[in-house]
Design a protein around this ligand. Structure first.
Ligand SMILES: Nc1ncnc2c1ncn2[C@@H]1O[C@H](COP(=O)(O)OP(=O)(O)OP(=O)(O)O)[C@@H](O)[C@H]1O
Length: 258
């Protein structure tokens, strides 16, 4: 299921403002890649280019190339909706559909995908909730609203909803920033488990979190005020946090700026 992503010379714009420039990197399957860097350097923008969510903002566009294995994500014949199915996303604030039950939240994407039988849907909902480490907590109240769960449970529900449609990649934009430390650890454990089946990319402001959960880390920075964000370096997480090549990376991870 997990697939490799190959990004070549990618720029992303909001109107005439170039937010990121010249990004080239390989994101490995069955591993966790963390994006770190100071506020405004374009981490979230870049993340959203990986599933064509960037372009839903009026005036936003990209230049460059992103390959998901042998598929050119920005190829003329490619349907952005199918890209978003293959490359799922989990946001900063848990966003279950508020009026839907726990069951229906997980089944929502499946139903959009077309005809799936009731028993198939039930099976996939159960497996997705189990894979999201939530099944035991909700199995007796599947028909209750998703909004009745705790923040951490809601975030795991959103992860279950994302994995129910069998994506190849999971993008996570600061998935723990609205959660307490216990719920954060539960999500981090889950990420470590899910990486066996998916390609995972996580944006995080929390350096300890990047060090705990990721295999590889990419450090982004702004070349200057009003300049686009750039990839400074990307390497094994242990190398980035102990012996980075670039001084800007060292300054950032040691808390000298950002
Ligand atoms: N919807 C938008 N419209 C216009 N400009 C935007 C939009 N979203 C982001 N930007 C701009 O793009 C640049 C990169 O922002 P982005 O949110 O990607 O950075 P970030 O590194 O994720 O920041 P943070 O860590 O604060 O979330 C910034 O200059 C920001 O102001």
């Amino acid at each position: 299921m997990a697939k490799q992503i190959e990004v070549s010379d990618l720029d992303a714009y909001y109107g005439s403002h170039k937010a990121i420039e010249g990004i080239t990197m390989t994101i490995e399957p069955r591993s966790v890649t963390a994006f770190i860097g100071p506020s405004g350097c374009g981490k979230s923008t870049f993340l959203r280019t990986l599933n064509r969510m960037h372009e839903v903002i009026p005036g936003a566009r990209v230049e460059g190339k992103i390959m998901l294995e042998d598929q050119d994500l920005y190829g003329t014949e490619v349907d952005p909706v199918s890209v978003r199915r293959t490359v799922g996303m989990v946001f900063q604030r848990p966003n279950p559909f508020p009026t839907m039950s726990i069951f229906d939240n997980v089944a929502a994407g499946l139903r959009l995908n077309g005809r799936v039988s009731r028993s198939e849907t039930e099976g996939i909902v159960e497996t997705s909730l189990k894979d999201a480490n939530l099944w035991n907590e909700v199995k007796d109240r599947l028909n209750k609203p998703g909004s009745g769960l705790s923040g951490g449970q809601q975030q795991r529900l959103c992860i279950a909803r994302a994995i129910a449609v069998s994506p190849a990649v999971l993008l996570m934009d600061e998935p723990c920033s609205a959660l307490d430390p216990i719920s954060t650890l539960a999500i981090e454990d889950l990420i470590s488990k899910l990486k066996n089946d998916y390609t995972i990319v996580i944006v995080t402001h929390n350096m300890q979190q990047a060090a705990r959960v990721s295999d590889r880390t990419a450090f982004f920075n702004l070349a200057g005020q009003g300049q686009p964000g750039k990839l400074v370096e990307m390497d094994e997480t242990s190398k980035i946090f102990t012996n980075p090549t670039q001084k800007a990376t060292e300054d950032y991870i040691t808390g000298r700026f950002g």
